[in-house]
Design a protein around this ligand. Sequence first.
Ligand SMILES: Cc1ncc(COP(=O)(O)O)c(C=O)c1O
Length: 409
Amino acid sequence: MANPETLRAPVPAERMSRVKESPSSRVADRVREFRAAGRKVLPLTIGEPDFDTPDHVKEAAVAAIRAGETKYTSANGTPELQRAVTARLRRKTGQTYAPGEICVGGGAKQLIFLAFMATLDEGDEVVVPAPYWVSYPDMVTVNGGLPVVVPATADEGYKLTPERLRDALTDRTKWVVLNTPNNPTGAVYSEAELRALTDVVRDHPHVCVLCDEIYDEINYGARPVPSAVTVAPDLKERIFLVNGVSKAYAMTGWRIGYGAGPARLCAAVGTLQSQSSSCPSSVSQAAAVAALDGGREFVDRTVAVYTERRDLLVAGLAAIDGLRPTVPEGGFYVWVDASALLGSTTPSGKRVATDADLAEHFLDTSGVVVITGDSYGAPGHFRASFALSSEIIREAVAGLARSVESLRR
Ligand SMILES: Cc1ncc(COP(=O)(O)O)c(C=O)c1O
C-alpha cells in the first residue's frame, strides 16, 4: 500500500502568493453560479464582444484545417500571420517592422505576461497608471517585479500626466504601461498627450514603454487611435506594442495576440513560448490572417452598434442620482464614479462601506452585476460593460435606478 506521506499534493511555490485569480474570471464564475441557482442576472461584467466571429474568418479556419495546417508552427507565428501583422501595423503606425520584430502568442494577455517574464529581474519596477486593467499588477509581481501604481484622476481624464510619470521613475524602472483605449475608463491618449509622455521617457534611456492597444479598433473618435510609436518613432527600440484579434473581430476564444518591438525582446518571448506552449494554435493563426486582411466592414458595423449602446448606457447611468459615468472614447465599458453612495444604508440596515458592499447590494436588489473599482486600483467606482444587447442595457439601468433609490443616504 502506498505510504500516505508520499501522496501529498504539490505545495504551491512562494511566487503563487503574489498572484490571485483575475477578478473578471471570479465574477464570471459568480454569474454562472447565480444562473445555476435559477436567479436572473444582468451581467454588466462582460469583457468580450457579444457578436459572433465573422463568417470569412471561420471559413479561413475551416480551409486551414482541410489543407492540413494542423501542425506546430514557429514559436512566433506563421510567416503569413507575421506578414498580416506587419501590414496592419504599417497601416496604423506608418512604421515597418521586420519579421524578427514581431511576436505572436495566445492572446495579448500571454504576450504581456511573457514580456514581463522575459525582462523583469527581482525588484524591477513597472509604472502602472490606475485605473488599470486588472491583470497588470499581478503579472508584474508574479514575475518578480514591483508595480508602481500611479493614480490618474477624473480631472486628468484618468490619464497619466508627464509630471506624475516623471515623479514615478527611478533607476529600477523597466517599463511604463500605457493602455489606450483604456480598460476600464475608455480613455484614449491624444497625440499631444503621448508626445508629452514619450518626451519624459526619452530622458530616461533605461525605461521602455509597453503599449496595450487591444481596444484600438473600438473607438469613437479619430481613427486610427494614436500610438506612442507614431509620435516618437525614434523610441521604436524601446516601445513594445501589444494588440490582437480578440476584441476587434470578436475572436476572444481563438486566442491570438501579437506584439511588435525590439528584436531581442521578441526573440526572448519566442524562446519562452517555445518552452511553454511551443506556438499559438495553427488554425487560429490562419483565422487571424483572414481577420487582419479582411477589410473594415465588420469593425465599422460593430462600432456603429457599440456607439448606440454606449450612448444608451451613459445616458441611463447619468440620470441616476449618485452615479457619475464617464463617456468612453474607446472600448466597450463605462467607468462610473459611485463614491457618493459609499456610507449609505441598505433597506435591511446594512452600511455600504466598500465597493464590494455596493456591488452586493446591486446584485441582491436588481440582479445587476458590475466589477468593483477596487479591482482596477480605483475604489469608489465600478465598471459597466455595454457588450450587451440594448434590451439588457435598458433592463440593467432600470434595475440600478431601483437599487440606488432604495439606499438611505
Ligand atoms: C486591456 C486589456 N489588455 C489585454 C487583454 C487580453 O486580450 P487577449 O484576449 O488578446 O488576451 C484584455 C482583455 O480583456 C484587456 O482588457
